[in-house]
Unconditional design. Structure first.
Length: 214
């Protein structure tokens, strides 16, 4: 039975497109139950049929807390097995996180716990990091503080700027996301007591792209 994915996105949706392509290719046993955005103009919304799109602005809902509640109700309607944040640029409130506890995943463009938050590529450059990358983690109320499931690493090159580095990271985000979603779809992934577990065993170090490929 395909797992039901509720997608939260605020932007162009290349990670969503990677999910759609994997489903179509038959390599991800999942279906998109809905795409939810805080930005009605998000290109991610255009990647799915209109019936799967939902968008409101926090302002139209009367502020952040009210928006989170309306969003949670809308996500609940599609009865997701997993809620997947792919470039969703709003911090989810505690009530939302608790309502979907253990089911919310996020892809973050840094090697957590380094560079939580925004502008991660420029910060990696500013810090002179030799490598950078992406993390796939469970979402908890703390921003980018949830248990890390998997990471993909890329070198920082001498002539990099934030855009070239972001492009190199994005290229590994897609396989990282799909590798973790395949584990989720096969029932092997879970969050227990704030820890990521695979086949019931706690993950003390994040999975790598290579380890998920085998
Ligand atoms: N409770 C949580 N919510 C979210 C998490 C999380 O780990 N815990 N991850 C984020 C995604 N994210 C980084 O991966 C992230 C999203 C948004 C922000 C942020 O500072 N947003 C600002 C608004 C920014 C804007 O409008 O452009 C804000 O919400 O005030 C930082 C990191 C998804 N949610
Ligand atoms: N803090 C969250 C964050 O910055 N997420 C990042 O937004 C981009 C979305 O790209 P996409 O819309 O092409 O999938 C991705 O690089 C993702 O890591």
């Amino acid at each position: 039975m395909p797992v039901r994915l509720a997608i939260l996105a605020s932007g162009r949706g290349s990670n969503l497109q990677a999910i759609l392509d994997a489903i179509k290719a038959g390599v991800l046993d999942a279906r998109i139950a809905g795409v939810f955005s805080d930005r009605p103009d998000a290109l991610a919304l255009q990647r799915v049929p209109e019936a799967l799109r939902w968008s409101r602005t926090p302002k139209s809902c009367g502020g952040r807390e009210a928006f989170d509640a309306v969003l949670a109700d809308a996500v609940a309607v599609c009865e997701p097995d997993w809620v997947v944040c792919v470039g969703y640029m709003r911090i989810l409130g505690e009530a939302f996180v608790q309502r979907f506890a253990g089911k919310i995943l996020n892809i973050h463009p840094s090697l957590l716990p380094k560079h939580k938050g925004l502008h991660t590529h420029q910060r990696a450059l500013d810090d002179g990091d030799a490598e950078h990358g992406a993390s796939l983690h469970f979402v908890d109320p703390e921003l980018d503080g949830g248990a890390v499931i998997a990471q993909a690493r890329v070198p920082v090159l001498p002539n990099d700027d934030a855009d070239t580095l972001a492009a190199r990271v994005l290229a590994v985000e897609h396989p990282l996301l799909l590798g973790v979603l395949q584990l989720a779809a096969s029932g092997r992934l879970a969050e227990r007591n704030g820890q990521a577990t695979l086949d019931g065993q706690a993950l003390f170090t994040p999975l790598s792209l290579e380890s998920m490929a085998t």
